[in-house]
Design a protein around this ligand. Structure first.
Ligand SMILES: Cc1cc2nc3c(=O)[nH]c(=O)nc-3n(C[C@H](O)[C@H](O)[C@H](O)COP(=O)(O)OP(=O)(O)OC[C@H]3O[C@@H](n4cnc5c(N)ncnc54)[C@H](O)[C@@H]3O)c2cc1C
Length: 303
């Protein structure tokens, strides 16, 4: 089945600003689910998304996940269809400002602006070689303005701004998925983790892991747990092994996968304008899609 998920601006009717019951900031799963439930319960809902598509981080996630790409994109399409059916007014390519909140005059403000990126704290960690999730996502989001995620996923097989040899720091869900993604694009990958081996693959399903480890072994992915990251130099990443020995992993790029953080930026900027304000999804507590959906629904029912 071919699913072209990309929700292009032309698909979504834009209407003028009207007074509304609830203003939702962010068109990721948390914002769309809050909007869907609140609208289904009879509220006038308006949703603003600063990107030119709906889905939040999901189009980016879908590209990294490959096999589940179509599932994630179909899910985004489902949410989009439901909020349109429920009459949610949708504004794409519009970042919510205090001015917009004053014009919309909502009774309730739902902030679903997504998580904040954190810094990679290491000497040399802001160097040229280092590719952080924030930087990579920014690049992918730029190209998503022009290509659907399925097309972009194919294009990354031809070109990516990542060197031939890569060390991925962090061996849980995001690190494993990134290592797999890069290996499938002919990068020579070392996956290192600064915690015990028992944490490797944390967040992935047992089924996925049963396939992943033998596959990585076959593809020559080097996996090291219990190492300490020391510094990034212009030759690569210096680590200390469990036996205390220091060594340099010589690579073109160091791809980091540090955790996301809660995001109170929108809350600080907009929260005081509307007495009933909720911060939901990854902007309140970074997590998985299921968490974003649950919290979005919870707020939709609470309004
Ligand atoms: C590579 C990757 C792989 C992942 N894989 C999985 C997985 O396998 N399973 C899983 O469950 N989860 C996965 N996730 C996590 C999942 O993407 C998040 O849980 C989910 O996207 C959080 O939803 P959200 O709605 O809270 O935030 P987001 O999806 O981040 O959406 C927030 C939206 O708010 C918009 N916004 C922000 N500020 C404003 C503003 N002022 N005005 C208007 N709009 C604004 C942003 O543009 C964005 O679209 C993955 C994430 C990544 C990055």
């Amino acid at each position: 089945m071919s699913v072209e998920p990309a929700i292009r601006p032309s698909d979504v009717p834009e209407t003028d600003i009207l007074a509304c019951d609830a203003l939702v900031v962010g068109g990721g799963p948390a914002g769309m689910e809050a909007a869907r439930v609140a609208a289904k319960r009879g509220h006038q809902v308006v949703l603003y998304e600063k990107a030119s598509w709906l889905g939040g981080l999901l189009p980016v996630a879908s590209m990294v996940k490959h096999l589940e790409t179509l599932d994630i994109l179909t899910f985004v399409k489902y949410l989009e269809t439901q909020i349109k059916k429920e009459g949610v007014r949708i504004h794409l390519k519009k970042e919510v400002t205090p001015e917009i909140v004053r014009q919309e005059k909502p009774d309730v403000l739902v902030l679903a602006a997504g998580a904040a990126y954190t810094k990679f704290h290491l000497p040399g960690g802001d160097g040229r070689k280092v590719l952080t999730p924030g930087g990579l996502h920014q690049q992918l989001k730029f190209f998503l303005k022009f290509f659907s995620p399925t097309t972009l996923e194919k294009l990354t097989r031809i070109w990516m701004p990542v060197g031939k040899t890569v060390v991925v720091t962090g061996g849980t869900l995001h690190g494993c998925e990134l290592a797999e993604f890069l290996t499938k694009r002919q990068r020579k990958v070392t996956l290192i983790h600064n915690g015990p081996a028992s944490e490797l693959g944390e967040g992935m399903t047992g089924d996925d892991l049963m396939n992943l480890w033998p596959w990585m072994e076959k593809k020559g992915v080097v996996i090291n747990a219990d190492v300490q990251y020391r510094e990034v130099t212009d030759r690569g990443l210096v680590v200390t092994d469990p036996d205390g020995r220091e060594r340099l992993i010589e690579v073109d790029n160091v791809c980091t996968t540090q955790d996301f953080a809660p995001n109170y930026e929108a809350l600080g900027r907009l929260g005081q304008l509307v007495p009933e304000t909720y911060n939901v999804g990854s902007s309140e507590k970074p997590g998985l899609i299921v968490d974003a959906m649950r919290e979005g629904a919870r707020v939709g029912y609470a309004i």
